[in-house]
Ligand binder design. Structure first.
Ligand code: NAD
Length: 451
């Protein structure tokens, strides 16, 4: 493990020489990153396809497209974001001015998961570079081909004293977490998020946690049922349900349940054909272990649609289940796969109460054309972010900070929020020396110096 320490110390030294803080250095490296991703575009798409069976078009949209958008917005706005911001000064500080400086943290650790291994490695890395930091990226061991491709790409353009990729699993992660990083950015599961936060607490290291959880979708009787079905099917079964913000379960008004189910069936077939397990538009499950976990949920369930699986090839059919009880295993963890439990409600409030039994979700999706219902849900449920009459799309906007709340995460990123996640807001009062008001001093009475 000595090499981990060596890279870490090299990065500390490199950060201290101040180069990473310069605007031109940051821009030049963001451009280099964009160019190298472009160069390896085909290899990235092919590796995502061989390792996770992600269809090329889906990978382009959810991995590369989002990454390019993040780089472009950052290059365009970095000068503005970096500029020290003058803010108002209270009258009690007469003669002074107030400025906020965005200060790079230093050496950052980025730990990434496997489900969108390109986007979830590069998006935080863009924030780290934009913020003027050095960074060590630790991708997931569950997608080793993608992780070594990430290493190859990064090594080709960056010296490891600036940006480095360290591959490995829990052991390497644990070793890295013992180091005194200046900032940690973690994307992954809630249990590992707690381990990361505990490690950060030892050094009081600031951190961002992008975690998961059970994200609900609600469909009421005023919704456009056809569009709701189409967008839920897309949001749930993209990447075979292995999306942190995929709808985990569905709450539907009882009067539209049958219609919604019919339409969802229809769109599953439109998107993935009659035999999704043979479709080249449908992703596989990451490992056999994960496929077995999902199959065990199916075995216990009342299946409304789908239910077939092929563990050896790591395929689980798009599956909808009902008659689910809260004590069932599937309702006691994040599903993270293509199985959608459906619950019905009569009064909207029942769905609000239902959702509140769980931890604050990372995402929430409401399908309703009733403004007052939209307002009621926004007002009464705390969640990381989400959509009204859509799914997933909020994550793909660099203008919206993305993150969870409570157990679904801490802090946010994307666009300007990424820059902020990797910088400290240093507040400074610049006082005049031309005069000195006596008010605050112990030797003043009624604002007049008495000595
Ligand atoms: P994970 O928590 O198992 O692993 C994430 C990373 O942590 C990996 O790099 C892994 O090597 C490392 N790790 C695993 N165990 C560790 C330990 N004991 N100590 C230190 N590091 C450890 O998550 P995953 O299976 O890769 O990804 C799926 C989870 O990530 C889901 O819960 C999903 O909701 C969440 N996720 C969240 C977001 C988001 O943006 N909020 C995005 C994608 C995935």
């Amino acid at each position: 493990m000595e090499f981990v320490n060596e890279i870490f110390l090299k990065q500390k030294a490199f950060f201290n020489n101040g180069k990473t803080k310069e605007y031109h250095y940051r821009i030049e490296n963001l451009k280099k990153l964009k160019a190298i991703i472009k160069k390896y575009e085909d290899e990235i798409l092919d590796t995502l396809n061989t390792e996770l069976r992600k269809p090329h078009s889906e990978s382009y949209q959810t991995e590369l497209g989002v990454t390019y958008e993040e780089i472009n917005i950052t290059i365009k706005n970095l000068a503005k974001w970096m500029k020290p911001k003058r803010v108002r000064t209270p009258i009690t500080h007469f003669g002074a001015s107030s400025t906020i400086y965005s200060d790079p943290y230093g050496v950052s650790l980025i730990i990434a998961p496997w489900n969108y291994p390109i986007q979830l490695s590069f998006a935080p890395l863009i924030g780290a570079i934009a913020g003027g930091n050095c960074a060590i990226l630790k991708p997931s061991e569950l997608t080793p081909n993608i992780s070594s491709l990430l290493k190859k790409i990064i090594n080709e353009v960056f010296e490891e004293d600036y940006i480095a990729v360290i591959e490995g699993g829990v052991e390497i992660s644990t070793e890295l977490l013992q180091k005194r990083f200046d900032n940690i950015f973690f994307t992954g599961s809630v249990p590992v998020g707690k381990i990361v936060m505990e490690a950060a607490a030892k050094h009081l290291t600031p951190l961002t946690l992008e975690l998961g959880g059970k994200s609900p979708a609600i469909v009421d009787q005023t919704a456009n049922i056809d569009l709701a079905a189409k967008r839920i099917v897309w949001g749930k079964f993209t990447n075979a349900g292995q999306t942190c913000i995929a709808p985990d379960y569905l709450l539907v008004h009882k009067s539209v349940k049958e219609e919604l189910l019919d339409k969802m069936n229809h769109y599953i077939e439109v998107f993935y054909g009659e035999k999704p397990l043979e479709s080249n538009r449908y992703a596989s499950i990451v490992t056999e272990r994960h496929a077995n976990r999902l199959a065990s949920f199916i075995e216990e369930a009342h299946i409304v649609r789908g239910g077939a699986y092929d563990i050896e090839n790591r395929y689980i059919e798009p599956t909808i289940i009902d008659q689910v009880s809260l004590s069932d295993g599937i309702m006691n963890e994040e599903i993270f796969g293509p199985i959608l439990p459906i619950f019905e409600f009569d009064q909207l409030n029942e769905s609000v109460e239902f959702i509140k039994q769980f931890e604050k979700p990372l995402a929430l999706y409401l399908f309703s054309n009733d403004r007052s219902v939209q307002e009621q849900i926004m007002k009464n449920i705390t969640f990381g972010g989400g959509c009204i009459n859509d799914t997933l799309m909020h994550i793909a906007s660099a203008h919206l900070p993305f993150g969870g709340v409570g157990q679904s995460g801490l802090g946010s990123y994307h666009g300007k929020a990424s820059f902020e996640a990797f910088t400290h807001q240093k507040s400074v009062v610049r006082q005049t020396t031309l005069f000195d008001l006596p008010l605050r001093y112990p030797n003043s009475k009624n604002g007049i110096s008495i000595i």
